[in-house]
Design a protein around this ligand. Structure first.
Ligand SMILES: Cc1ncc(COP(=O)(O)O)c(C=O)c1O
Length: 441
C-alpha cells in the first residue's frame, strides 16, 4: 500500500476516547503534536484505532528501522520469548548478548577490537559513555554541542542543549560540562561559507573553552551527534568532524559519536559518522537498533572499556528478547535496508529540493539517506524561523494521512522506516506539497 486511507474525521471516536483517558492518568510531560492513536502497523503503514491508515514518516521517532512488525524481527522475538525472557546479562551469560557484542565488533565505525556495554535506551547508552570516558581517562570534563540532544537522565541531560524546557526546573546539571557551537552551515555560528571555511565554528572550543574554562588534560570526552537530530536534522561539513577529531586526538580526549538517531543504517551507512571520514573512540546507539524493542548499546575501543566487575551494570540491559530483535534487525539492515535508505533517501531528497523551488517557506533541505530535514523560514534572506508555520504544517500533513515530526524550532524531520519504497516517498512529497499549498505556507 502506497497511499493513506482516511475513513473518519480525525481524531475518530475511539481515538478521542483513549486520548481523554490518557489525559487523566499519563504524565503531562509528553509532547503529542497531533492525536494519532496506534492500533497496528505493517512496513511504513500504520493504522489507528478507528481504522484510518497513515503513511509513517516518523517511525516512532526514528525507531522502527525495519518497518512496523517486520516478520523476521517478530519471529526472532517469539523464538527467544519462548526460550526465556530474562536472565540478567550482567550476572549470568546468554548467547544472544554475546552474539550482539560480536555483531557490534564487526560493524563499529572504528578499527581495532571493541567491547560493548548493553542498556535499555539512548540516554543510558550516553550515561554509560560519560561514565566510561571519566573512568578511563581519570578526567572529569565533558564537551557537548549547542542544539544537541543526548537524553534526559541527569548525566545525559547535562549534555543536552536542544530546548531550554528540557532542562528547566531540573538544575543544577552535572558539573564540568561545556557547550560549544555546532557546525550548522545553514546558520553558520561564525558567519562563514562552507565552501571556504576551515570549521572556524570550532575555534570557540579550541581557543576559548580549552584555554579559559577547562584545561584540555581535564577533559574526558567530547560527545557529538554526527548529524544533529532533535536540534533540526543539521548536517555539518566533513571538515567539522575532521577538525574535532584532530582537537580531541591532540589532547587525549575521547571522541564519542552519539549515533542514537543517526545510526543503524538510517543515513544509508551503518553509522552517521561514516559519512565524514572520521573514526570515533566510542559510539552510543539505541532507537533503531532493535526495531522498537528497548535496547541501548555503548561500544568502545577495547583499550578504553577496561572498567572492572561491579563498576557499571544494568539489570535489564541487553535483554535477550531485545538482543534477538537487534540481531534480526542488523541482518536486515546489512542485507537490504541500508541500501534502500541510501537510494530512496536520495530520490526523496531530490523531490524535496524540487518542492523547495515551489514553496518559498522551504529555506533548506538537507540530510543523508532517510534522515532528512526541511527547515522552514519566513524569509529566505533573513532566515527568520517559521515556528508556528512548522507546527501547522505537521498538523496539515496528519490531516492528509502523513505522519511527520518537527525537529528543532522550525524544521520538519523525515525519518521513516527504512523499508520505505520510492512510491511511498513520492506520496509523502505529494502530501507535503498539498499541505504547504493548503495552508498558504
Ligand atoms: C541523538 C540522541 N541521543 C540520545 C537520545 C535519547 O534516547 P532515549 O530517548 O532512548 O533515551 C535521543 C533521543 O531522541 C537522541 O536523538
Amino acid at each position: 500500500m502506497d497511499k493513506p486511507s482516511l475513513k473518519t474525521a480525525l481524531p475518530g471516536p475511539k481515538a478521542k476516547a483513549i486520548i481523554e483517558r490518557d489525559g487523566k492518568v499519563v504524565s503531562p510531560s509528553y509532547t503529542r503534536g497531533y492525536p494519532f492513536v496506534m492500533a497496528r502497523g505493517t512496513g511504513a503503514i500504520v493504522e489507528d484505532v478507528d481504522g484510518n491508515q497513515f503513511l509513517d514518516c516518523a517511525a516512532g521517532i526514528a525507531v522502527n528501522s525495519t518497518g512496523h512488525s517486520h516478520p523476521d524481527v517478530v519471529a526472532a522475538i517469539v523464538d527467544q520469548a519462548q526460550k526465556f525472557l530474562h536472565m540478567s546479562g550482567t550476572d549470568f551469560y546468554y548467547e544472544p548478548q554475546v552474539r550482539l557484542g560480536e555483531e557490534f565488533d564487526a560493524i563499529k565505525p572504528f578499527a581495532g577490537p571493541s567491547r560493548s556495554f548493553f542498556s535499555n535506551s539512548g540516554t543510558e547508552a550516553i550515561e554509560a559513555a560519560i561514565k566510561l570516558a571519566r573512568y578511563s581517562t581519570k578526567r572529569y570534563g565533558m564537551i557537548a554541542f549547542l542544539g544537541s540532544f543526548h537524553g534526559r537522565t541527569l548525566g545525559a541531560l547535562s549534555l543536552t542543549s536542544s530546548k531550554a524546557i528540557q532542562r528547566k526546573g531540573f538544575g543544577p546539571m552535572q558539573a564540568g560540562v561545556f557547550h560549544t557551537p555546532y557546525g550548522n552551515c545553514y546558520r553558520c555560528p561564525v558567519g562563514l561559507k562552507p565552501e571556504s571555511c576551515q570549521a572556524e565554528c570550532l575555534d570557540f572550543l579550541e581557543h576559548q573553552i580549552l584555554v579559559h574554562l577547562i584545561s584540555p588534560d581535564e577533559v574526558a570526552g567530547v560527545v557529538v551527534e554526527p548529524i544533529q537530530g532533535e536540534g533540526g536534522y543539521v548536517v555539518p561539513e566533513p571538515k567539522f568532524h575532521q577538525r574535532l577529531r584532530d582537537i580531541t586526538k591532540t589532547h587525549g580526549i575521547l571522541l564519542i559519536a552519539d549515533e542514537v538517531q543517526s545510526g543503524m543504517g538510517r543515513t544509508g551507512k551503518m553509522f552517521g559518522i561514516e559519512h565524514f571520514g572520521v573514526e570515533p573512540d566510542m559510539i552510543a546507539v539505541a532507537k533503531g537498533v532493535a526495531s522498537g524493542m528497548p535496547l541501548g548499546v555503548t561500544t568502545a575501543r577495547a583499550d578504553v572499556m577496561t572498567w572492572p566487575p561491579g563498576s557499571h551494570a544494568s539489570t535489564f540491559g541487553g535483554n535477550p528478547v531485545s538482543a534477538a530483535a537487534a540481531l534480526a534487525t542488523i541482518t536486515l539492515i546489512k542485507d537490504s535496508l541500508m541500501k534502500n535508505a541510501a537510494e530512496v533517501g536520495a530520490f526523496m531528497m531530490e523531490r524535496l529540493k524540487e518542492l523547495q523551488q515551489k514553496h518559498q517557506i522551504i529555506g533548506d533541505v538537507r540530510g543523508r539517506g532517510l534522515m532528512i530535514g526541511i527547515e522552514l523560514v519566513r524569509d529566505r534572506v533573513t532566515k527568520e524561523r517559521a515556528t508556528t508555520e512548522r507546527d501547522k504544517l505537521v498538523n496539515e500533513c496528519f490531516a492528509r494521512g502523513l505522519l511527520v515530526l518537527g525537529a528543532g524550532k522550525n524544521a520538519l524531520r523525515i525519518s521513516p522506516p527504512l523499508v520505505l519504497t520510492k512510491a511511498q516517498a513520492s506520496t509523502a512529497v505529494e502530501i507535503l506539497d498539498q499541505a504547504l499549498a493548503a495552508t498558504n505556507l
